[in-house]
Ligand binder design. Structure first.
Ligand SMILES: *Cc1c(COP(=O)(O)O)cnc(C)c1O
Length: 478
């Protein structure tokens, strides 16, 4: 399996050659040259596999340059029940991503039982083991630099903690995260994890990361890398749970299902799109946004108008407060029949701060064939859904999952079982749960007193030179 760039100007590469990098050298995103196809016989064979065996079966089709025995070992180590806590008292944790049926035809796929209580662990835990494996093979080391306002940073730190050859420098905005989120990250005592709280907002932290990345000499000398949502291994790891959810919600592979997906950077639903392209019978991919609705606007009108950070709302589903979806280019590449010239034209506009409109283009008529539906949700909508799901089914959902359920119920087609992806546990968003239900969310065992643990964090001004000095003092080099 070779990987090509959506902009068409980069040489084709193998999986392990693109694993550690970000964008392709031509500025595009990597995708498989051709999507592997899953036969009906394979679907039948895979139906009863454990999560780890299913992950091995799916990922073997993409990660073809890792010897099968090694990949199998990595996948089994990643998706072992010891890494996944009992998110809810009656979850069957052996399944890694249990399907919870609310009523016939309406399900929640629990993706948030990993160490940091969001679905980001599903991909990031695998990434940690893949990075360690490939770095060791290549005799290399890596310093991961990132900025976070919540879920990504903690998922990355818990995936990379204690890994050989890897250090993590994670910037977060000082005083802008919840006490629980701070405790989750800053209580890590592993010597390869460096938390840096920046006096400023998330965008200041993000700008510092860009500042370091633009210094090519520094970046090369200190072997700086990232784990952001465009990483292909993250997208591919997420394909697996669409298969698992499908098998859990159906009796036979003649049936189709709908997935509803709370979306921000389009990484999660991109994996669903690829699962469908591989032949998984998905009848509907329902994209849910919050008040930051650029993707919903695109699927309704054909017009994509990314917004600047200062025009992005802060909402009660903060992990979806995104107005420029970094993985969207992967879908558009498929939508325009994999014509890289068209992608370049469209993204010349986006990269210059503009918008594009596909209504006059032939691909507008192809869009329905990709089975997307979309909608948006507001603060009041998600409060109402959290209350309804609690009252009707005794199940507590977080604000992001609530956005997905709201839009899923609105857009679903009759007779298509609806699988709502749970992207975080309510424990991560306590204030919103108290507002909706007047009570605290349950905390998974072991996290009851996490705020009381000692914390390890460096407080720093938003100053590029200071950050570089800190990295050079603590990074591994030869
Ligand atoms: C990251 C995240 C999302 C958005 O996922 P994308 O892959 O960026 O679309 C939704 N909900 C939660 C809780 C998240 O952490």
């Amino acid at each position: 399996m070779k990987y090509i760039s959506t902009r068409g100007e980069a040489p084709a590469k193998k999986f392990t050659e693109i694993l550690l990098g970000g964008l392709a050298p031509d500025g595009g995103l990597y995708l498989p040259e051709k999507y592997p196809q899953v036969t009906r016989a394979e679907l039948d064979d895979w139906r009863n596999l454990s999560y780890a065996d299913l992950a091995f079966a799916v990922l073997s089709k993409f990660m073809t340059d890792i010897p099968a025995a090694d990949l199998k070992q990595i996948v089994h180590r990643t998706y072992a029940s010891g890494n996944y806590r009992n998110g809810r008292a009656d979850s069957d944790i052996q399944q890694i991503v249990p399907l919870r049926t609310l009523e016939p035809g309406l399900h929640i796929l629990e993706l948030s039982n990993g160490p940091t209580l969001s679905f980001k662990d599903m991909a990031m835990q695998l990434l940690g083991n893949l990075f360690e494996y490939v770095l060791e093979k290549q005799g290399e080391e890596l310093n991961i630099l990132g900025a976070t306002s919540g879920d990504t940073g903690s998922a990355a730190e818990y995936a990379m903690r204690g890994k050989r050859g890897i250090r993590v420098f994670m910037l977060s905005p000082y005083g802008k995260m919840s006490a629980f989120q701070r405790a989750q990250m800053y209580s890590l005592q592993d010597p390869n994890i460096f938390n840096i709280a920046i006096r400023g907002v998330f965008d200041d932290a993000q700008d510092l990361v860009k500042g370091v990345s633009n210094d090519h000499e520094f970046k090369a000398r200190y072997k700086i890398g990232t784990v952001n949502s465009i990483n292909w291994a993250r997208v591919s790891a997420q394909i697996v749970y669409y298969f698992k959810g499908y098998f859990a919600a159906t009796q036979s592979s003649d049936e189709s299902v709908a997935f509803s997906v709370p979306s921000g950077n389009f990484g999660n639903i991109c994996a669903g799109h690829i699962a469908r392209m591989m032949g998984l019978p998905i009848g509907q991919l329902i994209l849910a946004t919050n008040e930051n609705d650029v993707l919903d606007e695109f699927f309704r009108t054909g017009v994509y108008v990314p917004r600047a950070a200062n025009r992005t709302y802060h909402t009660s589903s903060p992990s979806m407060d995104i107005s420029k979806a970094s993985n969207f280019e992967r879908f558009i590449f498929d939508l325009v029949g994999r014509d890289a010239t068209t992608v370049c034209e469209l993204w010349t506009k986006v990269d210059a701060g503009g918008a594009f409109d596909i209504k006059g283009m032939p691909c507008w008529h192809d869009l329905p064939g990709f089975c997307f539906a979309s909608g948006k949700s507001s603060h009041l909508d998600r409060m109402k859904i959290i209350r309804e799901i609690w009252q009707n089914f005794g199940v507590m959902v977080d604000t992001h999952t609530a956005d997905g359920i709201k839009v899923g119920l609105e857009q679903r087609r009759p007779n298509l079982p609806l699988i709502c992806l749970e992207t975080a546990l309510p424990a991560k968003f306590e204030e919103s749960i108290i507002e909706a239900l007047g009570r605290n969310p349950e905390r998974p065992a072991g996290l009851e007193c996490i705020e009381k643990l000692p914390q390890r964090v460096e407080l720093m001004d938003a100053n590029l030179e200071m950050l570089k000095a800190y990295i050079s003092a603590h990074a591994m080099t030869y």
